[in-house]
Design a protein around this ligand. Structure first.
Ligand code: ADP
Length: 411
């Protein structure tokens, strides 16, 4: 008499609770799983039964894709094929449960029916996870590609702006040199003072550009070394005020330096570098403000910081450019507008002034940003540059020395 065979669905129904419990507890041990784990496993099992009953593995597709799509960013980055791994383990646990709870024949019948469904599931999720990983890697590569393109553009911007910037003073020096040559050749005892001072102007400008380039490269490579000494900001502004007087007069501008709370506080900074940073900002305020405009320096004390504001009545800066200008070669004008004029209205430079100012301030633990309603050469909305300088009442070197002394004593 043939043995009575139990339908596969019945066998599966029988192992359903054990299967869900076992798989859930194993998964919880192995990885961080979602809160609705039991529900998800129930859904998986029911679809497995459905696939076996109808001999159509496509029933599994929705849950397989749902699971495969839930791979996290970390899984993708680290190349973890989580769902493929889970399905693989599920197949192993199913075999184990079958051998523990069913008769040999029932186990064989059941496995014959469910293993093809698992194999199909493995194929689907492995392909999906592999494709997601490839898409992830492609995305990462595109990001790198875009970064490299940006670096490349910045490099060619550097070459064109630097070449243009360097060319102007070189042309100047060249011109004066040939004039001097002509005069000397003619042998007439004409005084050469005027020509020499013209030449010196060109050389000075050339040196300033090269110095800026070296500073940017030092900042980029974290090589900026600060020489801390005690100063009062009002002294720095006195120097800047004196240096700018002639330009301000020529441009018929007004420069007002207000005494502010904190301007007479003794703080430790690299005075030459802070002077350089503030000079760059003030030079810009002069450059991007038309004749007759006003520049105001003010400030206040904040907890642990001094805030300096430099406000002008100039052409302003569009919202979208307010971060770019602190990037290297972030000058917004056209290369052909570059005039090497330090203070001429809109006489753009190499676009290194603000990146250097930012580098110096950040090296001090401070920061810089700009506020402006927008760019308008007619309405002249103006800009306000904010500078934060930490209040150090002791040289960081002294602090370090003290710390080492303390450590030395403890040993
Ligand atoms: P540049 O040598 O071109 O002046 P900077 O780094 O000093 O380079 O400044 C970058 C750009 O930021 C300038 O080209 C200019 O477009 C803009 N900018 C800087 N300061 C001001 C300001 N006070 N008003 C308007 N625009 C400014």
């Amino acid at each position: 008499m043939p043995k009575k065979t139990i339908p596969i669905q019945k066998i599966l129904e029988k192992i359903r609770p054990t299967w869900i419990e076992r798989v859930a507890s194993e998964l919880v041990q192995n990885m961080e799983m979602r809160a609705d784990l039991h529900e998800q496993l129930g859904r998986f099992f029911d679809l497995l039964v459905q696939s076996v009953t109808t001999s159509d593995t496509a029933w599994m597709d929705p849950i397989l894709l749902d699971w495969a799509k839930s791979s996290t960013e970390t899984d993708l980055r680290e190349g973890l094929y989580q769902v493929t791994f889970i399905i693989n383990r599920m197949m192993a646990w199913t075999i184990q449960i079958a051998s523990e709870t069913l008769t040999k024949q029932q186990a064989l019948d059941m496995l014959k029916a469910v293993i093809p469904v698992y194999t199909y599931g493995l194929g689907v999720v492995a392909r999906y996870e592999m494709e997601s990983r490839v898409a992830h890697i492609t995305g990462e590569m595109e990001k790198i590609q875009r970064q490299m393109e940006r670096v490349d553009r910045s490099k060619s911007a550097f070459i064109s702006v630097a070449a243009h910037e360097l060319k102007t003073p070189i042309t100047l020096i060249d011109g004066y040199a040939s004039m001097m040559e002509d005069l000397i050749r003619e042998g007439g005892g004409v005084p050469l003072d005027g020509l020499l001072s013209g030449m010196q102007t060109g050389i000075k400008r050339l040196r300033a550009i090269v110095d800026d380039m070296l500073d940017v490269s030092m900042i980029d490579n974290d090589l900026l070394k600060l020489n801390f000494q005690p100063i009062q900001l009002e002294n720095i502004f006195e120097i800047l005020n004196r240096d700018l007087q002639e330009t301000i007069r020529n441009r018929r501008q007004t420069l007002e330096i207000k005494p502010f709370e904190g301007s007479d506080t003794w703080i430790y900074v690299d005075a030459a570098r802070i002077l350089q940073a503030l000079r760059n900002i003030l030079d810009n305020a002069v450059k991007y403000t038309p004749d007759g405009g006003k520049i105001t320096v003010d400030g206040r004390t904040l907890p642990g910081l001094i805030e300096v504001t430099i406000t002008d009545t100039g052409i302003g800066i569009a919202q979208e450019n307010q971060a770019i200008i602190f990037e290297k070669f972030g000058q917004l004008g056209r290369v052909d507008l570059h005039s090497s004029g330090k203070i001429k209205f809109k006489g753009g430079g190499a676009g290194l002034g603000l990146p250097i100012a930012r580098g110096i301030l950040e090296a001090h633990g401070g920061s810089i940003w700009v506020e402006s309603p927008g760019y308008d050469e007619e309405e002249l909305p103006g800009s306000t540059f904010h500078v934060l300088i930490p209040i150090r009442t002791e040289s960081p070197e002294t602090t370090m020395a003290k710390l080492f002394n303390e450590l030395g004593r403890k040993e």
